[in-house]
Design a protein around this ligand. Structure first.
Ligand code: ZN
Length: 186
């Protein structure tokens, strides 16, 4: 299986509006498999076609695992291939969360997203699907669908300051934890 090259930073392809997929053929199936392979290799939870320099409305998503205590629940990760996805409904209720992007390696930022969404798409067999998602799963889909419209999460930061390198963010988390611990000891 071929690993695809992920477009990063200022690559113009990341800023274009992608065209709908009009044919679900063998070459598309191969591309989908390569995208899944590339996403997993990069430890990503989602990958949109523009990120591998294809201007097509196609995303692959693999939701994070669910845990029971500290144990990963087997098969709790869900893989979705979404062709021509459309968010048909988004809750007014929003949540903030920390996002990263395979096209902006080494950085994370805080973004506000709808808490729940309805997304309609064709699966890889061309069958129409509709999913209602909330929380992280809804966030991932919103992030990936944005890529199809040339939008990066950095366009939607809660504030320009809420953008950090991985190291800065880890340090912040550690400091906050230490602070909490110190407060509990008081
Ligand atoms: Zn991304």
């Amino acid at each position: 299986m071929k690993l695809l090259e992920i477009a990063t930073g200022e690559a113009p392809v990341l800023r274009k509006v992608a065209a709908p997929v009009d044919k679900i053929d063998l070459s598309l199936q191969q591309l989908i498999d390569e995208m899944i392979f590339t996403m997993r290799d990069a430890n990503g939870v989602g990958l949109a076609a523009p990120q591998i320099s294809k201007q097509m409305r196609l995303v692959v998503i693999e939701t994070p695992p669910e845990y029971d205590d500290d144990e990963v629940i087997p098969d709790s990760r869900q893989l979705h291939v979404m062709i021509n996805p459309e968010i048909t409904n988004a809750s007014r209720k929003t949540t903030t969360g920390i996002e990263g992007c395979l096209s902006l390696p080494g950085f994370v930022g805080e973004v506000s997203r709808s808490h729940a969404i309805m997304v309609e798409f064709l699966d890889r067999r061309g069958k129409k699907q509709r999913l209602r998602l909330k929380g992280w799963d809804a966030r991932i889909v919103q992030h990936e669908v944005d890529h199809l419209d040339g939008i990066m999460y950095t366009d939607k930061l809660t504030s320009p300051e809420n953008y950090w390198t991985d190291e800065e963010y880890e340090k912040m988390i550690e400091e906050a934890a230490a602070q909490r611990e110190a407060e509990e000891l008081e």
